[in-house]
Design a protein around this ligand. Structure first.
Ligand SMILES: C[S@@+](CC[C@H](N)C(=O)[O-])C[C@H]1O[C@@H](n2cnc3c(N)ncnc32)[C@H](O)[C@@H]1O
Length: 352
């Protein structure tokens, strides 16, 4: 049993691979834009420049729409040329080059919204304070908080710690998600201005059952098959325990209590939504199950590949192992095409 449960670096696959393979996350973002617009309408703004923080920007493509919406809404309530400072935040090892490239070159970049909008980036974990006190009017955070700050336990029976049947593993995951959520909130409470708002969207847990069963169980079966064929060692399979969690509404409400306040933040809204599957209609139209399998395999590779490489023994041909794993995974998905049933939990916070 490995004993090194050190912090993990849950960045996405670089060279723009995440930007090219994150339509699933983009579809979930589209679903919460109306809630984001509602939050933006009630943010208090004085005479100061507007500050928008994007917590966990990754390579930026999926940030363009919600940040553009924020700029348009907040400026519509002040002056159309009010200066806007956008700050993108992610882990230091994030592929920031792809972010800057998208900001400069994408036709839908918010930097094309006229003068007075500036962009910068910070490489730091959001489990610590990042920005000066009382700075942020609008905070955006999509599809990141399900990543735990550290792997709390190895799972002997699944690639995802949160889907293990082992009670000790589940208890360790539950403790870690609660601690991470509190740390995230405490740090944001410092940075947000009074009357500012933050929307966070991450993997959600429905009242009954769980999400991602088709995809995640197929990945576990694929990795186990490769272990049986000698492509992966037992140690490599165990180290391929991924540190993420689905949060319920109760998990989100946990620190807030009856007052719905915690650390100077008020929880205005929390709900679990069914997240869209952006590939299913394409499959129904084309009947191409191989394409459906490839779409989901690439989506999953974009976030798991950086965690799999350090799980492999030294000296392995890492890219060949990854190619083999994800090709077989795509085949397995293609053999059993389904809608990917998964959920998001969305919360809106207001700084008191
Ligand atoms: C799935 S991507 C989401 C990117 C984008 N927001 C979206 O919705 O498509 C998750 C991002 O969270 C970042 N992340 C994970 N843990 C983080 C932390 N502790 N601090 C800052 N960013 C973190 C990862 O590096 C990654 O870029």
């Amino acid at each position: 049993m490995p004993n090194d449960l050190s912090p993990v670096l849950t960045v996405m696959q670089g060279d723009g691979f995440y930007n090219r393979n994150s339509r699933a996350q983009a579809a979930g973002i589209d679903a919460v834009v109306p809630l984001w617009e509602k939050a933006l309408r009630s943010i208090e703004i004085g005479r100061e420049p507007i500050v928008v923080a994007d917590y966990a920007c990754s390579q930026g493509r999926n940030s363009l729409a919600p940040i553009s919406v924020a700029i348009a809404h907040l400026r519509s309530r002040t002056e159309p040329d009010r200066p806007v400072e956008v700050i993108h935040i992610d882990l230091p090892t994030n592929d920031f080059s792809s972010l800057f490239d998208v900001l400069e070159t994408a036709p839908e970049s918010y930097l094309r919204r006229g003068p007075g909008v500036t962009a910068s980036a910070v490489g730091r974990s959001y489990f610590k304070p990042i920005l000066p006190e009382a700075r942020v009017h609008a905070g955006w955070n999509s599809w990141s908080l399900h990543w735990l700050s550290r792997l709390p336990a190895y799972a002997p029976d699944h690639v995802s710690a949160c889907f293990s049947a082992d009670k000790d593993v589940l208890a360790a995951v539950a403790l870690q998600q609660a601690e991470d959520w509190r740390r995230f909130l405490e740090a944001r409470a410092v940075e947000m201005r009074a009357g500012g708002k933050l929307l966070t969207l991450s993997s959600g847990k429905p009242e009954r059952g769980r999400g991602w069963a088709w995809i995640e169980d197929a990945l576990w079966q694929t990795a186990s098959e490769l272990r049986d064929r000698g492509v992966l060692s037992a140690g490599e399979l165990l180290r391929m325990t991924f540190p993420w969690v689905e949060r319920s509404v109760a998990d989100i409400e946990g620190p807030f209590g009856a007052s719905r306040r915690f650390a100077g933040l008020e929880l205005e809204h929390a709900e679990v939504i069914r997240a869209p599957d952006p590939f299913w209609h394409e499959y129904l139209e084309t009947g191409d199950s191989a394409l459906l399998g490839k779409r989901w395999s690439d989506t999953v590779r974009a976030y798991y590949a950086p965690l799999i490489r350090p799980a492999l023994e030294p000296g392995r041909e890492q890219e060949s192992v990854l190619d083999c794993l994800f090709a077989r995974f795509a085949e397995r998905l293609a053999d059993n095409p389904q809608v990917n049933e998964h959920y998001g939990v969305v919360a809106v916070l207001r700084k008191c």
